[in-house]
Write a protein that binds this ligand. Structure first.
Ligand code: GDD
Ligand code: MG
Length: 360
């Protein structure tokens, strides 16, 4: 097993409030572009050749990761002119694969942070003789995912992407976004048009009687598709809850990158990351949050579970909880922003303009 496809394209809209110039996989998590963690984990599992299937803001990947040699990998990049969907993206890079028709190829969704034992998934694939093997995980609310019921041997019996009705919610097992495909299955995906692997390829294979094998694994797993999940994942990387060879050490309460200035009495906890050149004022409290490069947090600000964009400024005594503040936005002093609020890139909230608690 030496090669993999990493899916990092699509519409990429969900982090738009945070940044307009950076595709999601390149937003720093625990100090490095998120994709670094996936690449490093694949390498640690013995993968040597990875093809990045990109579409949205594709031009930023190659200048950063180059040929992959810094990570001990051989990386190739393929850019779709229009997004081809997950299955179309896989098919579109088939010519770059070196595997023979019966060889297994790993495929990863590019927005997943997980402790999956990649080698165990490959072993499951080989031992079961499946055409495709899927990493499955259990979640409390499966509606935003692909539901994957299996029989008592782990063989997949159906694939229900984003179920719409209560009757469709037949299991709490979901597609965790890591697969092993036999190369020949990739070659049979129709070329030159959009294909969803979840809505077309998997149901089609099942209808033809193909063998899809599920491997339920309850290790750390998070889809970083929302800014809130992104902040959580970054904090878990710093804390050591989410394993990544790209985060040295055994977990820490905070990560302060070179060139950041943090006041001596500021309190940083819960896996908070302070980006290069950021400034944190006196008495600031920051928990479970990510402050990107060059942002400024003024004295006495209280920030929890929030994402502060590059070059943004958070005014003195302002309270943020579950907030996303876009690059270069300004939130003036004495504001209170909670519960999923998103401040667009470059927006400017005046002093004392918003609060959630009663007036004082
Ligand atoms: N190259 C390319 N082209 N990549 C794409 C495209 C495309 O047109 N569309 C999506 N992708 C990539 C995304 O960048 C992401 O890494 C991955 O494919 C999955 O797409 P998402 O848009 O994040 O899908 P999702 O999170 O709603 O659902 C998928 O992931 C769930 C697990 O997080 C599905 O695979 C579900 O079945 C699964 O449960
Ligand atoms: Mg996703």
């Amino acid at each position: 097993m030496t090669e993999a496809i990493l899916l990092v394209g699509g519409k990429g809209t969900r982090l738009r409030p945070l940044t307009v110039h950076t595709p999601k996989p390149m937003v720093p998590a625990a100090g490095v572009p998120f994709l670094t963690h996936q690449l490093a984990r694949a390498r640690a599992a013995g993968v040597e050749h990875i093809v990045l299937a990109t579409s949205y803001l594709a031009e930023v990947f190659e200048p950063y990761f180059g040929d992959g040699s810094a990570l001990g990998l051989h990386l190739e990049y393929v850019t779709e002119r229009e997004p081809l969907g997950t299955g179309g993206a896989i098919r579109n890079v088939a010519s770059r694969l070196r595997s023979g028709p019966d060889d297994p190829v790993l495929i990863f969704n590019g927005d997943i942070l997980t402790g999956l034992d990649i080698g165990a998934l490959v072993d499951t694939h080989r031992d079961s003789g499946a055409d495709v093997s899927l990493h499955l995980t259990r979640v409390a609310d499966p509606r935003a995912f692909g539901l994957v019921p299996t029989d008592s041997t782990g063989r997949v019996t159906a694939f229900l992407e984003k179920p719409q009705t209560p009757e469709e919610i037949v299991t709490d097992q979901i597609n965790a976004g890591a697969y092993v495909f036999n190369r020949s299955v990739i070659d049979r995906i129709p070329a030159g048009r959009p294909v969803s692997v979840e809505r077309e390829t998997f149901p089609g294979l099942l209808a033809q009687g193909a063998h899809l094998q599920g491997m339920v694994d309850s290790t750390y797993w998070l889809d970083l598709g929302t800014p809130q999940a992104f902040v959580r994942g970054s904090a878990d990387l710093v804390l050591g809850r989410a394993p990544s060879p790209a985060v040295p050490g055994h977990g820490s309460d905070r990560l302060v990158l070179d060139g950041a200035e943090v006041s001596a009495d500021a309190k940083l906890t819960g896996g908070t990351v302070i980006g290069a050149g950021a400034r944190i004022g006196a008495g600031a409290f920051i928990d479970g949050s990510t402050v990107l490069d060059g942002a400024i947090v003024e004295d006495g600000a209280h920030i929890q579970d929030s994402l502060i964009g590059a070059g943004a400024r958070i005014g003195a005594r302002t309270v943020l909880d579950g907030a996303v503040v876009g690059d270069a936005a300004v939130v003036g002093p004495d504001n209170e922003l909670r519960g999923g609020v998103r401040i667009w890139c470059g927006a400017d909230i005046p002093a004392g303009a918003v609060r959630f608690s009663s007036d004082q």
